[in-house]
Design a protein around this ligand. Sequence first.
Ligand code: HEC
Length: 176
Amino acid sequence: MSRLLLIAASTLALTACGGGGEDAPAPQPQETAQAPAETTAPAQTASPAAVEADAPAVDTQAVLAALGPEFVDADFVNGGRQYRRCQSCHTLDEGGRHLVGPNLHGIIGEAAAMREGFTYSRQLTEAGLVWDVATLDAWLENPRTMVPGNRMSFVGLRDPEARRNVIAYMAVESAR
Ligand code: HEC
């Protein structure tokens, strides 16, 4: 698409400075000016399809319902904004790298401290937790009080709504 725009831009530039005075034949520049406009149109309609191809369709309602009735109306788009506070330490895509914290793809429903290739604190390893919506909620509210001595230095999300939304976001992203 950018190549088409470049062609369009250079054609317009040629049209603009290539007139060569009043004697230049009038129809020719007009034709070249119209051609790029037509060729850009299909490229624009093609772009939404490209976006969809990047992000496979997820039945978000089913994902949220599976978390529990209290998640059906969770705002996972807002959760994505909350998640920005996590992303310096955690990737969420499938097979994503461990950063300061472990990759979190599909973490809901899993036992804690089990991700291969990440070295957890002894405290989290020995806590014997399974990440369901209740344990995750408590962890995100205040990781330090939930598992004293663990290594996640995050102050916590005070707002229950923010926690609900970020948990919804993690579930939806994990379904991709
Ligand atoms: C400053 C870095 C940092 C930030 C910010 C952070 N985390 Fe963590 N997180 C960690 C570390 C480090 C661990 C491992 C803790 C340990 O081993 O004691 C961890 C562990 C976790 C675990 C347990 C993973 C497992 O395999 O059991 C979850 C779930 C989690 N974080 C979610 C989040 C979410 C959601 C946010 C944002 C709201 C967040 N974290 C913000 C560093 C961070």
